[in-house]
Design a protein around this ligand. Structure first.
Ligand SMILES: [Zn+2]
Length: 265
């Protein structure tokens, strides 16, 4: 499994969707990630896999990341926040509340106060009832262009959300890069679905599949498994009905990651 972060260039600023595991986690893995996460997932903890390392390798500075939009605050998505301490951090409010209150044993395990003790500059949002392909969404995040949306898809956690990004991308690796197309390309969307599902086969509209271990893991960690499954069904329908318009990917599937890297956008 991988932690799939999305880096968006908006003029001279960078926007990061999810932060994965960060340098602070590598420095203090037991305290920041917890012993059960380490035992279950056995993360590689290689600094070269952190978002900050890869962003700097592209020639940017960490301070160029002005905004971070999070699918949720689980430790494997929020760990890199402290590598970008001055960024504005955009989160669906019920998720921030869940991470602050940590009401259940599972929530005390998944949300790590040590990862946010630098006091990130949170901007919190309620669902605004704005439509997006049949989902509610939050538009107009503070300081961000209207092409970046929070789309609540709860169940995995109390305030889990997907992040939608409108972009004229190539829809397959055989398409020309959008910058080389002539005229206006049709708008398409990337949808970072976070942990709404874990395995690419779960988005197969004809024959959903998932390795049994991942299936059980998702059930075990969901705060509301019925809602999670119902929302995953809606996501599967979206991926089917809007194929070619909305490209859905999740946080942890390595093959989806490789396919997206091979696309030019
Ligand atoms: Zn995750």
């Amino acid at each position: 499994m991988i932690c799939h972060c999305l880096l968006i260039e908006v003029g001279s600023e960078l926007v990061l969707v999810d932060t994965g595991i960060g340098l602070g986690d590598l420095a203090q893995p037991n305290r920041r990630l917890g012993t059960s996460f380490l035992a279950i997932t056995r993360p590689r903890l290689d600094p070269k896999e952190t978002a900050i390392y890869q962003i700097e390798a592209l020639g940017y500075r960490a301070s160029d990341v002005r905004h971070i939009v999070l699918t949720h605050l689980d430790l494997d998505h929020a760990g890199g926040l402290s590598d970008f301490p001055d960024a504005e951090v955009h989160v669906y409010r019920p998720e921030h509340r869940a991470a602050t209150e940590r009401r259940t044993r599972g929530e005390r395990e998944r949300y790590r106060p040590s990862q946010i003790e630098h006091h990130p500059r949170f901007h919190l949002y309620d669902a605004g009832g704005e439509p997006w392909f049949g989902f509610d969404c939050v538009r107009n995040l503070n300081g961000l262009p209207p092409e970046i949306l929070i789309v609540p898809i709860v169940g995995h956690s109390r305030g889990h959300a997907a992040i939608a990004v409108r972009t004229p991308i190539a829809t397959s690796s055989t398409d020309a890069p959008w910058s080389q197309r002539s005229g206006a390309a049709e708008d398409t969307w990337l949808l970072h679905a976070g942990d709404a599902y874990f395995y690419r086969g779960e988005m197969d509209p004809n024959r959903r599949s998932c390795p049994i271990g991942l299936e059980l893991f998702q059930r075990a960690v969901a705060i509301d498994d019925d809602t999670r499954r119902a929302n995953q069904e809606r996501l599967r329908t979206l991926a089917r009905d809007r194929a070619g318009i909305v490209r859905v990917f999740c946080a942890h599937d390595d093959i989806e990651f490789d396919r997206l890297r091979a696309s030019h956008f």
